[in-house]
Design a protein around this ligand. Structure first.
Ligand SMILES: [Ca+2]
Length: 225
């Protein structure tokens, strides 16, 4: 008897779930620039499919009482898909200041999917939560001139591979200083004045070149013994 009741109950339950999922599409109006990705803003492959990481965060901020005002500084500050950019940066509203009814913020052409870690802004298209450009920077080495070692500092606005090579003034590779993944932020690597075979190099001008994503920059330094 119990099993006969179970099947209709399951059918009713699945119908109710479909109604709930289907009703979520109106939330698109409550996310800035959501027209760019439509239902894929919150779902893996359109409405009714499982929620992506951003959709899960949206869901967690919707109160059971029906309060749908979930976009704001809190959701904007999260990096739902873990790609190094906040949801606000991806949706062109870094501080979560946009409200329903306002004109869409930023440039919709620059909007990326906050639930897809493979979709991320270019470094220069967003600002951080403090309104500063989120850019790649190769800072000057310190000390300079130096002997026997110097520190090279750089900043990256998203996690990724950073390659720094040292060249002599003739453009010949001297040292492959680093070539690995770094987290978002500012880091420092040290060159000990040795070439790739471990021999100390002579006094002179050297170039260090940083490559990360599409960013390439070179600076000069002076080894003075
Ligand atoms: Ca993100």
């Amino acid at each position: 008897m119990k099993q006969k009741l179970l099947i209709p109950l399951l059918l009713i339950a699945s119908f109710a779930i479909t109604l709930v999922v289907g009703s979520h599409s109106f939330r698109l109006n409550k996310v800035p620039n959501s027209s760019k990705f439509s239902c894929n803003t919150c779902h893996t492959n359109g409405g009714g499919t499982p929620r992506n990481p951003f959709g899960l965060d949206v869901e967690s901020l919707v109160t059971p009482g029906g309060n749908e005002t979930f976009w704001g500084p809190e959701l904007a500050a999260l990096d739902s898909d873990g790609d190094g950019f906040t949801n606000g940066e991806e949706l062109q509203d870094p501080n979560g200041e946009w409200m329903e009814g306002m004109a869409q913020p930023g440039d919709i052409a620059l909007v990326t999917a906050p639930g897809d870690s493979n979709s991320k802004p270019s470094a220069t298209s967003v600002t951080d939560l403090f309104g500063n450009p989120a850019i790649y920077e190769l800072h000057g080495n310190y000390p300079n001139p130096f002997n026997p070692s110097t520190n090279i500092q750089f900043t990256i606005p998203q996690p990724g591979n950073v390659k720094i090579d040292i060249y002599n003034i003739n453009g010949e590779l001297v040292s492959s200083l680093t070539n690995k993944d770094f987290a978002i932020g500012t880091h420092s690597v040290t060159w000990n004045g040795k070439d790739n075979s471990g021999s100390s190099v002579s006094s002179g001008i050297y170039l260090y070149r940083m490559t990360s994503n599409n960013f390439v920059q070179s600076n000069r330094m002076l080894l003075l013994k």
